[in-house]
Design a protein around this ligand. Structure first.
Ligand code: APR
Length: 400
């Protein structure tokens, strides 16, 4: 609007992003009677079709169930409690659901969970604005920050919340609103690249399968009865175009040792995406009135399927801090938000890092690589034979 200031809308919490982090937080706040607005860059159709993760940890199922958000996953989710490791020495299965704390995964495609969370938020009267990207977050050290956004028709929007939740993911704007001097950023490039694939084919085996192979890692994970997720480790800089369906299936069969363990169920490859394994953690994950949740707070490699589960974990902790702060001015839990989340985030990072080293041999043939490959074999053998190691694995593989 030229010449006149855009009228500001006041609310209690503005949530940037409608992924697992933003939608779980929004539903928890709404259920507690907190006025909040979720602003999402993409369209509703886009966020509800985006195939991402799908392995829900027991803690995630608990949070969703306790808050009336689990109808879909309780109806259609599949319990998964076993994973298989394939190496030159053969295949061994870990029934992790009967190890450690006896927790299993619930396989429920993230786009279905997002669809359920959107429907629930709107059914509860939530204010969720699609195609409305956040363009600026300022005034974070005042008691009335300002969030600017752009509505679908291009008009400027000014929101004046009490608090801002940055749930806008790895490419979002919220994490850039934290001044560099206000937080320490830990980063690691694991030097591993995956070609992430979605195949229109039923799963080839009952379990999640991790194939450790000198030609590179391959992974198999169920998604829905007729869609299966595969991963192939590829050289850094590879293009998806280098991998037509025939080459994908030949290499998957090779690394999964299909000649020894049975053929894979093939089908058209629906999605090819290059994923460079990077991790980063911001400390602290709050600044003034801004609180970062999920990928906006830090990235974790998909090696242990932790991303969406960490997002839900932090969303619950943040809701538990925001509600008393807004209801009675008690900000004790809110000031501890980062301190409560970071130990769990680092434990997930440590396990994810261990999984990357377990599944991916070093490149090259020098002494160092040969030594590290022998270490890798020793780790796998320990996991195959030691019950205590298996209990530790199960606790960290499913736990948050
Ligand atoms: N304004 C508004 N929304 C934005 C902006 C912006 N400037 N930038 C990004 N977004 C939206 C994205 O379109 C996306 O819908 O923020 C949302 C972030 O969602 P996710 O990337 O799913 O992040 P998060 O909710 O933290 O979930 C983390 O879930 O996506 C899986 O496994 C993945 O680890 C990831 C986990």
């Amino acid at each position: 609007m030229s010449g006149t200031a855009v009228p500001a809308e006041s609310t209690e919490v503005v949530i940037a992003g409608a992924g697992p982090a933003g939608l779980v937080l929004g539903n928890l706040l709404l259920a507690a009677g907190v006025r909040c607005i979720i602003v999402e860059r993409q369209s509703r159709a886009h966020v509800e079709e985006r195939a991402r993760a799908g392995f829900l940890a027991a803690n995630t199922v608990r949070v969703l169930t306790e808050n009336g958000l689990a109808d879909g996953l309780l109806k259609d989710g599949q319990q998964h409690d076993t994973c298989a490791f394939r190496t030159d020495a053969g295949e061994f299965l870990l029934n992790y659901g009967s190890l450690g704390r006896g927790e299993a995964h619930t396989v429920y495609p993230q786009q279905h969970l997002v669809r359920d969370l959107v429907a629930e938020f709107l059914a509860r009267g939530g204010d969720l604005r699609f195609e409305t990207p956040v363009t600026g977050i300022t005034g974070l050290t005042t008691d009335r920050p300002e969030v600017t956004a752009q509505s679908p028709d291009g008009a400027a929007i000014r929101l004046r919340p009490r608090f801002v939740a940055g749930c806008d993911g790895r490419h979002g704007i919220a994490r850039t609103a934290v001044p560099a001097e206000a937080a320490r950023r830990y980063r690691r490039d694991h030097g591993v690249t995956w070609l992430a694939l979605l195949a229109a084919a039923p799963q080839s085996m009952a379990a999640v399968a991790y194939a450790v192979h000198e030609d590179g890692f391959a992974g198999h994970m169920a998604r829905t009865p007729d869609i299966t997720r595969y991963y192939l480790q590829v050289p850094r800089g590879e293009s998806p175009a280098d991998w037509p369906d025939t080459r994908v299936w030949a290499e998957l069969a090779h690394r999964m040792r299909a000649d020894r363990h049975g053929p894979l169920h093939e089908g058209p490859i629906l999605e090819r995406r290059i994923v460079d394994m990077n991790s980063d953690v911001l400390d602290p994950i709050q600044y003034g009135r801004l609180f970062l949740v999920g990928d906006a707070a830090g990235l974790i490699s998909p090696a242990a399927a932790k991303g969406a589960n960490l997002a839900v974990m932090a969303a619950e902790i943040l809701a538990e801090g925001l509600v008393p702060a807004l209801r009675s001015g008690d900000e004790q839990r809110l000031t501890r938000y980062s301190a409560d989340c970071l130990p769990r985030i680092w434990r997930a990072q440590e396990f994810s890092h261990w999984m990357i080293d377990l599944l991916h041999g070093p490149a090259g043939t020098g002494d160092d690589a040969v030594f590290l490959r022998a270490l890798q074999q020793a780790r796998l053998e320990s996991l195959r034979t030691s019950r205590r190691h298996q209990d530790h694995f199960a606790e960290n593989y499913v736990g948050i």
